[in-house]
Design a binder for this molecule. Structure first.
Ligand SMILES: [Zn+2]
Length: 94
């Protein structure tokens, strides 16, 4: 008759209840998982807002010199094909 026999069924979970520093191993793992989930969510949000920002700074444009059509920066409206400065935006100036 030992004290260990009473919790024999919980043996597999025992390592989670070992204390490591101020927390148990189970709490450390939970904190680590929470940290990974939060940081990956934050980086996904950041990537999305960067894409949005890049799209907001470009416009559909058409080159008057060679007929090239595509997205150009609002600030450097130059045709990547012939180098002409693009003066007409396909969806109108905004
Ligand atoms: Zn062009």
């Amino acid at each position: 008759m030992t004290a260990g026999a009473a919790r024999g069924g919980m043996h597999d979970m025992d390592f989670l209840n070992q204390s490591v520093g101020p927390l148990t191993l189970g709490q450390w793992i939970g904190a680590l998982v929470a940290f990974l989930v939060i940081s990956s969510a934050l980086s996904a949000m950041k990537r999305k807002s960067e894409q949005k920002e890049a799209a907001a700074n470009t416009s559909e444009a058409r080159c008057l010199g060679c007929g090239w059509q595509g997205r150009v920066s609002r600030y450097h409206r130059t045709c990547p094909k012939c180098g002409n400065s693009i003066t007409r935006l396909a969806r109108g100036e905004s």
